[in-house]
Design a protein around this ligand. Structure first.
Ligand code: SER
Length: 323
């Protein structure tokens, strides 16, 4: 299944569940001083979760362009890390909750009409004391107990470690869904049960929100890699051509296992992130988001330099994104 088809299927599936399809928010949310770049699909709905704005809909679905730098050193080295990526999401603002979120995720993944993935290769995790989510997985979905794990706040709370370390704001326990491929286990979807507003340090810092919400995030590139049977996100239909094009403009052949392969994957990732950011007028500079983009550009140029490039080359890749 092509990435474009996956994106469309996801949004269409959640429309059948009453979700309103909304566009991606911008990548640089200047209205939100707490982040430099949009880190997740839920970012545009923070006020909805807090009950601070008038709701025209209580269910939504999006494909959000995101940029995160927390895993920057892994980009190009590992199969599944990016700076820029697309996150598919479905959201509930005081409407459906855990039961529907888990059942619909299962239906979308396994039903023949949708992704038709092998149910025997799916496993899940839940937060330590989340008996409700565990019960739904075990008793309703009938997930075998050996494929359900209970993990702590570092894995199964979003944001990770929010109860003890913050940041303040909306948060909740989550349930992550993994798929076993021939290359290993891939985390493809995070279902967050957004039910708290964190205020200050523990104890007693998790205040129940006015309503219980759902925030889910499925990695488009990871799920496409699973569906396309490839060993890394960088080999899916919308990324491999860009990696190969990076090789072309740098006059080297793309050999996935080599150091050159790692550099070309990193160039492809970083040029994608920079292109989207510059499209929103983030010009490389000394501060904040401008500095992040400057660093990404520098890293990509350095990779090219170390492969012998002495002339500008990144700009040639901007037009090479496949449709
Ligand atoms: N906000 C959660 C995440 O980023 C789910 O979308 O993983």
């Amino acid at each position: 299944m092509k990435s474009n088809e996956l994106r469309e299927k996801y949004l269409a599936f959640f429309e059948t569940k009453g979700c309103t399809r909304r566009p991606s928010d911008v990548l640089v949310p200047r209205w939100d001083p707490s982040v430099l770049f949009t880190p997740a699909g839920m970012n545009q709905f923070k006020d909805h979760f807090l009950g601070r704005c008038k709701l025209e809909f209580t269910r939504a679905t999006t494909c959000q362009k995101c940029l995160r730098t927390g895993d920057i050193d892994n980009v190009g080295r590992t199969a599944y890390h990016h700076t820029f990526f697309e996150m598919l999401g479905n959201f509930s603002f005081g409407d459906y909750f855990k039961r529907d979120a888990i059942h619909w995720a299962w239906e979308f993944l396994t039903d023949k009409k949708w992704l038709a993935l092998d149910p025997n290769r799916i496993s899940a995790t839940v937060y330590l004391d989340d008996d409700e989510a565990a019960g739904i997985w075990l008793n309703e979905i009938k997930l075998p107990p050996e494929r359900l794990q209970r993990l702590g706040e570092d894995e199964n709370f979003w944001p990770a470690n929010a109860p003890s370390q913050g940041p303040d704001g909306v948060c909740g326990p989550c349930s992550e869904i993994y798929y076993q491929t021939e290359f290993g286990s891939v985390e493809i979807w995070n279902l967050v049960f957004t039910q708290f507003n964190r205020v200050g340090d523990p104890p007693h810092n998790l205040r129940p929100l006015p309503s219980r919400n759902i925030d889910t995030g499925m990695g488009l590139e990871r799920t496409a890699a699973v569906l396309q049977g490839v060993d890394t996100n960088f080999h899916i239909d919308i990324l491999r051509p860009l990696v190969e094009a990076s090789g072309e403009v740098c006059h080297v052949r793309y050999e996935p296992e080599s150091e050159t392969g790692r550099r070309l994957r990193r160039i492809a990732d970083h040029v994608r992130a920079c292109t989207f950011a510059i499209h929103e007028n983030v010009i490389p500079g000394p501060n904040k988001e401008k500095y992040v983009i400057k660093r990404l550009l520098r890293r990509a140029v350095l990779d090219g330099h170390q492969m012998g490039m002495r002339e500008p080359f990144l700009h040639k890749l901007v037009a090479r994104w496949p449709n």
